[in-house]
Design a protein around this ligand. Structure first.
Ligand SMILES: NC(=O)c1ccc[n+]([C@@H]2O[C@H](COP(=O)([O-])OP(=O)(O)OC[C@H]3O[C@@H](n4cnc5c(N)ncnc54)[C@H](OP(=O)(O)O)[C@@H]3O)[C@@H](O)[C@H]2O)c1
Length: 252
């Protein structure tokens, strides 16, 4: 029997207050994980954690701005104190405050995107892996984007950040493989969340993008979860440094 169970696995999901992160947290909890939901806003993650608990599964919620390494250290000290271990980390939170040409991206835009989308996952992984090393096993999943492979129109700096995350996935995967810690990446295509409203709510841009998707539609957040579950579970025990697109054929 393939083992997709996440029973009792202590699991952090960043950006779990809505969208793809909420979907991952919900299904991982249903599969037995002890999910710790992270985002900047305590209220938002507590609400999702309550929903998961009402359905009879485990969830906790700890606020952290992943752009600040000091907050990440505090997050891990709380987790170490309460749970003593970390089995799975999903680096899902990201931001894109700039929808426009690359030459119009100023330093503030660059810093914000790089802080949250690159520095955040880097320090979440660096400090999280310390806990995984103590138990001799672990799994990290980075949520990148198809933009890592094919830059999105008007999303230049964001595309650069997501390509960095693919590189980061491979660097950590190679260095951590001898320690039984696997690191993989999922590259979603256009998915119906708050994040993608700038595209989905603009009929002209949305039609232009949909024309490039062989399946002829965008995804729902839950359509990203099967691949995420595979990567972090023991079913993927020989898979590391791998990047999988879930994009309705967009990159074909
Ligand atoms: N939607 C798409 O079409 C699409 C396509 C490709 C890739 N992706 C990727 O999928 C992932 C999830 O995106 P989504 O579409 O689900 O976005 P979303 O619905 O906007 O959710 C983003 C999440 O990140 C959290 N967040 C934002 N900044 C944060 C910070 N500094 N520290 C901690 N948490 C932060 C937000 O919560 P708070 O506001 O409470 O902090 C929220 O929970 C991202 O990595 C995105 O790049 C999305």
């Amino acid at each position: 029997m393939l083992n997709f169970s996440l029973k009792d696995k202590v699991t952090i999901i960043t950006g779990a207050s809505r969208g793809i992160g909420e979907a991952i947290a919900t299904v991982f909890a249903e599969n037995g994980a002890k999910c710790i939901l992270v985002s900047r806003k305590q209220d938002s993650i507590s609400k999702i954690a309550e929903k998961i608990k009402e359905n009879g599964y485990f969830a906790d919620a700890i606020a952290c701005h992943i752009g600040y390494p000091e907050q990440i250290k505090e997050l891990y000290s709380k987790i170490k104190h309460k749970y003593k271990r970390l089995d799975i980390l999903v680096n899902n939170a990201a931001t894109n405050p700039h929808f426009g040409g690359i030459l119009d991206a100023d330093q503030g835009v660059w810093d914000k995107i790089m802080d949250v989308n690159v520095k955040g996952p880097f320090f979440m992984t660096k400090y999280g892996v310390k806990l995984m090393l103590e138990s001799g096993k672990g799994s990290v999943l980075n949520i990148s984007s198809v933009n890592a492979e094919k830059p999105g129109l008007m999303q230049g700096v964001y595309s650069i950040s997501k390509a960095s995350l693919v590189s980061m996935t491979k660097v950590f995967a190679k260095e951590l493989a001898p320690f039984n810690i696997r690191v993989n990446a999922l590259l979603p295509g256009l998915t119906d969340t708050k994040f993608s409203k700038a595209i989905i709510n603009n009929k002209e841009i949305c039609d232009f993008v949909i024309k490039q998707i062989p399946m002829g539609r965008y995804a729902k957040p839950f359509e990203m979860v099967g691949a995420a579950l595979y990567f972090v579970s023991d079913a993927a025990s020989y898979t590391t440094g791998s990047c999988l697109c879930c994009d309705g054929g967009f990159l074909l």
